[in-house]
Design a protein around this ligand. Structure first.
Ligand code: ADP
Length: 520
């Protein structure tokens, strides 16, 4: 028996394992394949580093990011663990030296990029040494259903099969969707793996969604109010990254810039300056990401809504790795939905995949509109069971607003959709409810419906907001009939039959300012 706590203390200086770590490590060292699903920042690395220390042979860690490899290897070496990495940044000389080192058993851990497995010579060499364990970091990259699929991951299955004595295999990821999980087990040909899902909660993170802000000014004032803190601002496009970066510089903020349009050298330089606290804020696209191992990130602000909750939770989860309280703020604007739809439409994904992406986008949008607990929404999305209604630790739960009964308004909206035979998009529903003279509406005869013009006192924007919230809360659903069509769900039917009521959170301040008949 190994004393895992003693290994943890000796090499990493920690007293206790975090949730799931010990079980995963225990299975691996007992020769069992594992799939470890833990949220970003929860501590996956230890789950392969400790087995690597314990095993007699070498551990190969397949990792997608070169910058991460170097960081991890450097810190392992500082802790006295013999580790190295092999990737395209090495000179011929360094490469030869490291191969030589591997063949004489100099290292406990060898990090490699998946592309390395394309080299037959390299795989043959590994077959001649004792490889005890193969750990695949960011294992979801093997699945086409994952948000950052990497074709080179497909080689890993053959690589493992190539060993005359099969090593133990561990797959680690923060993505838990069924499809991805199945792909990991199937494509890596895992042997009856033990699957550990530790639960997705990151208790130290505070989530909030803000709509209708002037983003640049919001970001500036947030940073000015958090002068001591380090953070990341994520944007959807390179252009926006540059514009926010310039804006912040102009206001004296020590900001950095990171996107795929910069040269390798520039990116590395910014990344280093961020790592060494030379800049306070990194303004970046999602190119800045996987594998940032900076512990003291106190806030992650999204200037735009990302394409799905996996991407959001991963990016936001880069905050608070040190376990300290940190904030994840999403600045939502309806234009983000168009932009992400555009990205999906322009992609060369097959139609069935596009539909899947639209569905995920929809769930992301619902997150932005829901007035219910954001943490519960996220956790349930990732498949956790949540037995509370309010976490008391997210923007919605702490919202000063109060739940208002909007059953009557909801019934009007639902009955209008019903009378429109669930064949139109939300824009047209709003027009009918407000009694618009829209030509298309008139020529379809929708002005003859009994629900035509029954909510004239509401603005277009307010009604649209309510419909989006009703979608987010599961009363309505959008189906793709070539364009998004609003339909009723069973939950709405209950409301129409007066068997259930609808409540929605309304901000107190806004309610006081606005006229009574406005919903928001
Ligand atoms: P992940 O790969 O899951 O995103 P990491 O492995 O990078 O997360 O770990 C995140 C942080 O948590 C690291 O700084 C790591 O040192 C720290 N950590 C991991 N396990 C423990 C533990 N048992 N006790 C304290 N800190 C830990």
């Amino acid at each position: 028996m190994y004393n895992l706590e003693a290994v943890l203390k000796k090499y990493f200086g920690y007293d206790n394992f975090r949730k799931g770590q010990k079980e995963i490590i225990d299975s691996v060292v007992n020769g069992r394949d594992v799939v470890g699903i833990m949220p970003t920042g929860a501590g996956k690395s230890l789950c392969f580093q400790i087995p690597a220390i314990i095993f007699s042979g070498i551990t190969i860690v397949v990792s997608p990011l070169i910058s991460l490899m170097k960081d991890q290897v450097d810190s392992l070496r500082e802790q006295g663990i013999e580790a190295t990495y092999i990737n395209s940044t090495l000179s011929e000389m360094e490469y030869m030296e490291r191969i030589q080192g591997i063949s004489v058993g100099d290292y406990k851990l060898v990090y490699i990029a998946p592309e390395r497995l394309e080299s037959e010579g390299f795989c043959r060499m590994l077959n001649q040494v004792e490889v005890s364990f193969v750990a695949i970091d960011e294992a979801h990259c093997i699945s086409q259903w994952a948000h950052d699929f990497r074709p080179s991951y497909k080689k890993i299955g053959d690589f493992i099969k190539g060993f005359s004595k099969r090593p133990v295999v561990g797959a680690y990821t923060a993505t838990a969707t069924e499809k991805v999980k199945e792909d990991i087990v199937k494509l890596l040909e895992l042997n009856c793996p033990k699957v550990y899902v530790t639960g997705f909660d990151r208790e130290n993170l505070f989530f909030s969604v803000l709509r209708g802000e002037d983003n640049q000014n919001y970001i500036l004032s947030y940073i000015e109010g958090h002068k001591e803190d380090t953070g990341i601002i994520y944007t959807a496009t390179r252009r926006e990254t540059e514009s926010i970066y310039n804006f912040l510089l102009k206001h004296g903020i020590k900001a950095g810039l990171y996107h795929a349009g910069l040269s390798d050298r520039e990116r590395e330089e910014w990344q280093n300056r961020f790592a060494y606290d030379d800049i306070d804020v990194m303004v970046a696209t999602n190119a800045f990401g996987m594998g940032i191992d900076k512990h003291n990130i106190k806030f992650v602000i999204h200037n735009n809504m990302p394409k799905n909750l996996e991407a959001y939770y991963q990016e936001a989860g880069r905050a608070g790795r040190d376990g300290g309280k940190s904030e994840c703020i999403l600045l939502f604007n309806a234009r983000d939905v168009q932009l992400q739809s555009f990205f999906i439409e322009q992609s060369d994904l097959p139609q069935y995949r596009k539909e899947y992406e639209y569905e995920k986008l929809r769930e992301m949008v619902d997150y932005c509109y829901t007035s219910k607990c954001l943490r519960k929404y996220i956790l349930e999305y990732f498949g956790d069971t949540v037995d509370y209604e309010e976490c008391e630790n997210c923007g919605n739960c702490l919202d000063e607003g109060e739940f208002r009964d909007i059953t009557l308004e909801a019934q009007k909206i639902f009955s209008c959709i019903y009378r429109m035979r669930e064949r139109y998009g939300s824009g047209m529903v709003v027009d009918v409810l407000r009694g618009s003279q829209n030509k298309k509406l008139l020529s379809a005869g929708l002005n003859k419906l009994s629900t035509y013009g029954i909510m004239p006192e509401y603005s277009k924007r307010d009604l649209m907001n309510v419909i989006n919230k009703l979608v987010a809360d599961g009363y309505l659903k959008l189906t793709n009939d070539g364009y998004p069509v609003v339909k009723l769900t069973a939950k709405a039917v209950q409301v129409l039959k007066s068997k259930a009521r609808v409540t929605m959170k309304v901000a107190k301040v806004k309610k006081a300012i606005k006229a009574d008949n406005q919903l928001f």
